[in-house]
Design a protein around this ligand. Structure first.
Ligand code: AMP
Length: 405
């Protein structure tokens, strides 16, 4: 069974074709600048073929047609006919409280995803464009949607409620939803497999640290708290996002600067975080380099990030009454030995001690745990696409089972 995994943005479309027999990625790529002059597609196959081609796609349907062309024709071909694709799995950013699980697409599901566009204006409309375009290109093969929010559905109300008038929750569904759920689910499951223990018996803290970052407390395989909130702006400071703030800042800054409405969103989403504090870059590599060369603001930004990660790890250990394993993933979590070392310093109260030699290594899996330390610390490369493909496969399996009764 071959599953096409799709992550649609408003002007981009990332894809992976996965053969579920052996869970092998046959090809992957990215269509960029959809509907904008200068569109291009990058396409890579498992055997090392790689091409970047200027293309003109006015919309997502044309981008799909192009990637099908890439997959079926010429040197980048990995299948001979589009009919070899059995199902499509879409990443969807916001499922709010409507989608506790991944599900197959039908008109009702599309309408529900659309109704959430108000709280996910950058993401959900683009996902719907992707689903519609896939329907046009692939006909009626099964399509599944896998939500960044679903894994956090298990949070108790004391973790997901904000301490504002209850009516806002009842009227407008304002609460913590959490994001990166597919990644937290993937790495926590992998962590349990590596430890050779049932996930139900484990307390795991998963740190997804990338351009966007979030940390989740996974108790017995269920998310019980997570740092991101109503939107992916909350929680930890990130590349350009502020993370949590004192709400009174908004009126104070408005009075001082005249900033209002969407300008705030732009400030807190695009001009804050590592970029805002360092005034250098949103990229952790640039920050690390500048800090090592003595730039004080870069050092401050890096220290703030590590401090916040440490603080959340401590609070989630408190929430779960302990921790068996801490997992680092995402671009920073998988690659920055400096961030990992700084975060894990002086954590002996939690039984955390990392092996500094191991911490220098690179790879999809690294056991950082120092000899004799009680709490495991792992680097586990995330794989959201595989998780989406697995969910899609499972949903297709259910579809083909005879109805009960
Ligand atoms: P992601 O959003 O998961 O792709 O992660 C992107 C972030 O990972 C950026 O801030 C990168 O600077 C960071 N990153 C990637 N490689 C490294 C590295 N070798 N050292 C430090 N940060 C890195």
């Amino acid at each position: 069974m071959k599953i096409l995994v799709i992550n649609c943005g408003s002007s981009s479309l990332k894809y992976q074709l996965i053969d579920m027999e052996g869970e092998k990625v046959l090809c992957k790529g990215n269509c960029e600048r959809i509907g904008i002059p200068g569109s291009k597609i990058t396409h890579k196959t498992a055997d090392g073929y790689q091409v970047e081609r200027d293309a003109s796609f006015a919309n997502h349907t044309e981008a799909f047609a192009m990637l099908v062309d890439m997959m079926t024709k010429g040197d980048g071909a990995v299948i001979s006919d589009v009919k070899e694709i059995n199902a499509v799995g879409h990443r969807v950013a916001h499922g709010a409280d409507m989608f506790p699980h991944s599900c197959l697409v039908d008109e009702e599901v599309i309408a529900k995803i659309d109704s959430l566009s108000e709280i996910a204006p950058l993401h959900n409309p683009a996902h719907i464009q992707g689903i519609r375009a896939a329907q046009r290109i692939f006909g009626d093969i099964p399509q599944a949607v896998v939500f960044d929010t679903s894994f956090h559905h298990s949070m108790p109300s004391k973790a997901y409620m904000f301490a504002i008038p209850y009516n806002y929750y009842k009227e407008y569904h304002i609460r913590r939803y959490g994001f990166h759920g597919t990644s937290h689910r993937y790495v926590s499951k992998k962590c349990a497999e590596i430890m050779g223990r049932p996930i139900e018996s484990l307390k795991i803290i998963t740190c997804h640290l990338g351009n966007g970052s979030s940390i989740t407390a996974v108790d017995g395989g269920r998310s019980v708290d997570t740092t991101m909130g109503f939107t992916p702006t909350g929680g930890l400071m990130m590349g350009t996002r502020s993370g949590d703030l004192d709400p009174s800042l908004v009126t104070f800054i408005a009075e001082k600067t005249g900033l209002h409405g969407n300008e705030f969103l732009r400030t807190f989403n695009e001009q804050s975080g590592l970029l805002g504090v360092s005034a250098i870059s949103s990229d952790a590599r640039d920050i690390e380099k500048a800090a090592s060369l003595g730039n004080e603001n870069a050092a401050l930004a890096q220290n703030m990030l590590c401090y916040q990660i440490k603080k959340y790890i401590g609070s989630y250990a408190a929430v779960m009454n302990g921790v068996d394993a801490i997992v680092f993933t995402g671009g920073i979590g998988e690659n920055s030995s400096t961030v990992r070392e700084t975060v894990c310093q002086d954590m002996d109260y939690l039984g955390v001690k990392i092996d500094l030699e191991q911490n220098k290594k690179r790879g999809d899996f690294i056991d950082l745990t120092a000899e004799g330390a009680k709490t495991k610390v792992f680097v586990i490369a995330t794989n959201e696409e595989l998780m989406i493909a697995r969910d899609t496969l499972a949903l297709c399996g259910k579809m083909s089972q005879p109805a009960e009764g």
